[in-house]
Design a protein around this ligand. Structure first.
Ligand code: PLP
Length: 346
């Protein structure tokens, strides 16, 4: 990657090793269930998550929506933190694809308050929809991880009421490192879990939905319904296998780099780092000064082949990943310092 691209970890392009593996992959037609590379990936992914079975899918959004469709019936209600990806960034798909209604919990960085959950759970009444599913997200899009204790409580409550739990674990390997718990320990407190290969794990495409045997059998049929029955996907799965073997266990580096970057930005005095959201590979900050020309700043960085996203309601996010080495972070810091110096002298 020629650019220093801090917009997201989704921008990670595959490594040479991945491209070689893709080129020489042994493939079949996965709708006929005879692509050996996909089968191996599904087997390994299920094992890592401690689930019986898993299914290779095109994207994280696809996986979440497939889980909703497979767990629920039309008209059900899904209880979910209002700040979760399924609510904020999936185009309202839950209502279009599954015909369910999302009942949101207050924003608490992905954690669920048990009293609030209990108050939203539907009792039997002719007026009420049925509570069909509870969703959690770990790591959470806010840059935090949900403590395992919270997941245990939610799961135990859900089981006592016979409600399934789906975990959006797009970045479960980041959560695993930040919580110092193996992925299967986190996934244990859910009936289904989705994670992405296409983020910090560096693969170009792909996600996994894992769960019990019967659930995945049903999901396989629903995946076809949603148009996600793919053919020689072994070419992609070959890269994803390298993600599991080589990328999942190096994410600590990205977390360390994010913390280092946060520390250096803080020293410059004008960036207010949001410190309670520094659990994974993301640095969130606000500007401490008023007269800051955001457009000029972004364009200045672009001249040095650095890409960042514009602020979102005044909040910036820098994301570290495989291609953002310590050296690149040093370079970024030097360019930001240069910008501050220049914009104050002119
Ligand atoms: C990225 C992400 C998704 C969706 O993944 P896509 O592959 O972009 O559809 C879902 N949930 C979370 C928490 C994510 O960060």
């Amino acid at each position: 990657m020629k650019w220093i691209d801090l917009r997201s970890d989704t921008v990670t392009e595959p490594t040479e090793e991945m491209l070689d593996a893709m080129r020489s992959a042994i493939v079949g037609d996965d709708v006929y269930e005879d692509d050996p590379t996909v089968k191996l990936l599904e087997k390994k992914s299920a094992a890592i998550l401690g689930k019986e079975s898993s299914l290779f899918i095109p994207t994280g959004t696809f996986g979440n929506q497939l889980a909703l469709l497979t767990h629920t019936n039309r008209g059900d209600e899904v209880i979910i933190p209002g700040s979760n990806h399924i609510v904020l960034y999936e185009v309202g798909a839950a209502s279009v694809i599954s015909g369910v209604q999302l009942r949101t919990l207050k924003d608490n960085l992905g954690q669920i308050n048990l009293n609030e959950l209990e108050s939203l759970h539907r009792r039997k009444n002719i007026h009420f929809p049925k509570t069909g599913l509870i969703c959690m997200e770990n790591a959470h899009t806010s840059g935090t991880v949900v403590p395992i204790e919270n997941m245990v409580k939610v799961y135990n409550y859900a089981k006592s009421k016979n409600i399934p739990v789906h975990l959006d674990g797009a970045r479960i390997f980041n959560a695993s490192i930040a919580l110092n718990l193996k992925p299967d320990i986190i996934a244990k407190y859910s009936d289904s879990v989705m994670f992405c290969f296409s983020k910090g794990l560096c693969s170009p495409i792909g996600s996994i939905l894992a769960g019990g045997k019967a659930f995945i059998r049903k999901a396989r049929r629903n995946r076809k319904l949603m148009g996600g029955g793919m053919r020689q996907t072994g070419y992609i799965a070959a890269a994803c296998l390298i993600s599991l073997d080589k990328m999942a266990n190096r994410l600590n580096e990205d977390h360390k780099n994010a913390k280092y970057l946060a520390k250096q930005l803080k020293k410059m005095k004008i960036f207010g780092i949001i410190r309670n959201r520094l659990d994974i590979n993301m640095v969130f900050f606000k500007l401490e000064i008023r007269d800051f020309n955001e457009k000029k700043f972004i364009n200045y960085l672009k001249k040095y082949k650095i890409k960042i996203n514009p602020s979102y309601y005044g909040e910036f996010r820098f994301v570290t990943h495989y291609w953002i080495t310590k050296e690149k972070i040093e370079f970024l810091i030097s360019i930001i310092k240069k910008y501050i110096k220049e914009s104050r002298t002119v």
